[in-house]
Design a protein around this ligand. Structure first.
Ligand code: PEP
Length: 256
C-alpha cells in the first residue's frame, strides 16, 4: 500500500459564478467531514477564487486556479499572475490542461517557465500531460508523455520535483465519457513515475500522480484503487457536490 496521501482535484473549467460556488460549498462542506487523510482541491474560475478561499477557511478544502501567467506583473492584458493568486489565499494552480494547450496555444516552452514560477510563488502546480487518440493508436503515448514531462519540468530542480502534482489526462477521455481502463491509466501513471524516478528516486516515490478523464462515482473506486494512481482530476462530475463527494470518498478505500 502506498504512503502517498490521496489527492482529489475538481476542475470546474468555465462553470460556476461566485454565488453558485457558495451554494456548492454549502452542500459539499456540510457532508465532507474531517477528510484529513486526503488532499481535496477545488479549482473554480478566477472570479470565484476569493469567495471560495473565504468559504473554505477552517475546512479541509484548498483552492487552486486553472491557469496563471509566468511573469509576476507586466503588460500582459487579460492575464493573472502567481502573486495575485497567493494574495487572495489560492494555494495551487492547474497548468498545461489539454484545453489550454489546444484552444489557447499553451506551449511546453511556456510551461517550462510557469511550473517553476508557480513553485517559487508558493503555489502547488497540478501539471497536466496526456496523449491524443491518434497518438495512442500510433503507440506514441510514452513518447508524448516523455516529451511533455522533460520539457515542462526542465527548470524544476530534482529536490523540488515531488512538490509538483502530475495529472495524466488522455485527451480522448476528457469530457467524452470515455474513461481509460484502470489498466491503461495505471500503466501510464507508472510510466510517468518511472520518468520522475529517473531524475530522483525519492521524488518518484513521493510525487502524486493523478488520473483525469471522465472520472465518475461509478468508476472512481476502480481507478483510485490502483497502486500507481494517487488521485483524480475531475471535470464534469465535480460540478455536482454529491458526485464529487462520492469520488473523494472512493479515494483510499482499498488500494491494490
Ligand atoms: C478535466 O477537465 O480535467 C477532466 C478530466 O474533465 P472530465 O472529468 O469532464 O473528463
Amino acid at each position: 500500500m502506498s504512503a502517498r496521501k490521496p489527492y482529489l482535484a475538481a476542475n470546474w473549467k468555465m462553470h460556476m459564478t461566485a454565488d453558485e460556488t457558495t451554494s456548492f460549498f454549502d452542500r459539499f462542506l456540510g457532508e465532507l467531514g474531517a477528510a484529513g487523510d486526503r488532499d481535496i482541491v477545488v479549482c473554480p474560475p478566477y472570479l470565484a477564487l476569493a469567495g471560495a478561499v473565504e468559504r473554505c477557511r477552517r475546512s479541509p478544502v484548498r483552492i487552486a486556479a486553472q491557469n496563471m501567467h509566468e511573469e509576476a506583473s507586466g503588460a500582459f492584458t487579460g492575464e493573472v499572475s502567481a502573486p495575485m493568486l497567493t494574495a487572495v489565499g489560492v494555494e495551487g494552480v492547474v497548468l498545461g490542461h489539454s484545453e489550454r494547450r489546444a484552444l489557447f496555444g499553451e506551449t511546453d516552452e511556456a510551461l517550462a517557465r510557469k511550473v517553476p514560477a508557480a513553485l517559487a510563488a508558493g503555489l502547488e502546480p497540478i501539471l497536466c500531460v496526456g496523449e491524443s487518440e491518434e497518438q495512442r493508436e500510433a503507440a506514441e503515448t510514452e513518447a508524448v508523455l516523455r516529451r511533455q514531462l522533460e520539457a515542462d519540468l526542465a527548470e524544476v530542480g530534482d529536490h523540488s520535483l515531488a512538490e509538483v502534482v502530475i495529472a495524466y489526462e488522455p485527451i480522448w477521455a476528457i469530457g467524452t465519457g470515455k474513461t481509460a481502463s484502470p489498466e491503461q491509466a495505471e500503466e501510464a501513471c507508472g510510466f510517468i513515475r518511472s520518468l520522475v524516478s529517473g531524475r530522483s528516486a525519492a521524488a518518484g516515490e513521493a510525487i502524486r500522480i493523478l488520473y483525469g478523464g471522465s472520472v465518475k462515482p461509478a468508476n472512481a473506486a476502480d481507478l483510485l484503487g490502483r497502486e500507481q494512481i494517487d488521485g483524480a482530476l475531475v471535470g464534469g462530475a465535480s460540478l455536482d457536490p454529491a458526485d464529487f463527494l462520492a469520488i473523494c470518498t472512493a479515494a483510499g478505500s482499498g488500494r491494490q
